[in-house]
Design a binder for this molecule. Structure first.
Ligand SMILES: [Zn+2]
Length: 97
């Protein structure tokens, strides 16, 4: 399929047809893998598709089913929850004393 915009960001490859013509084959744009916002680790369970293709997917196939999925990796989430618990329990203890 021919792209509408012939810009540098649209990659193309010159190929020769059986008839001897030189034509350009346009390549699909590659999408970067989703990364953790804290440690920049690659996130699993998130499709490496372009936005219009992601829009066609059901919600359960867009990201894992847990809090902060698609933002934090599992390790960072675990640490964040532990930190949050530690701070909240401290506050409660201070309040009772
Ligand atoms: Zn992380």
């Amino acid at each position: 399929m021919k792209q509408i915009f012939e810009t540098k960001s649209v990659k193309r490859k010159a190929t020769r047809t059986p008839g001897g013509k030189l034509v350009y084959n346009y390549r699909k744009k590659k999408v970067k893998t989703a990364t953790c916002s804290n440690c920049k680790a690659k996130l699993g369970g998130i499709p490496r598709l372009r936005q219009f293709e992601i829009n066609k997917l059901p919600k359960t196939k867009k990201r894992p089913e847990r809090p902060y999925s698609g933002v934090l990796c599992a390790k960072c989430l675990e640490e964040a929850i532990k930190e949050k618990l530690a701070t909240t329990t401290k506050v409660e203890k201070d309040g009772s004393n």
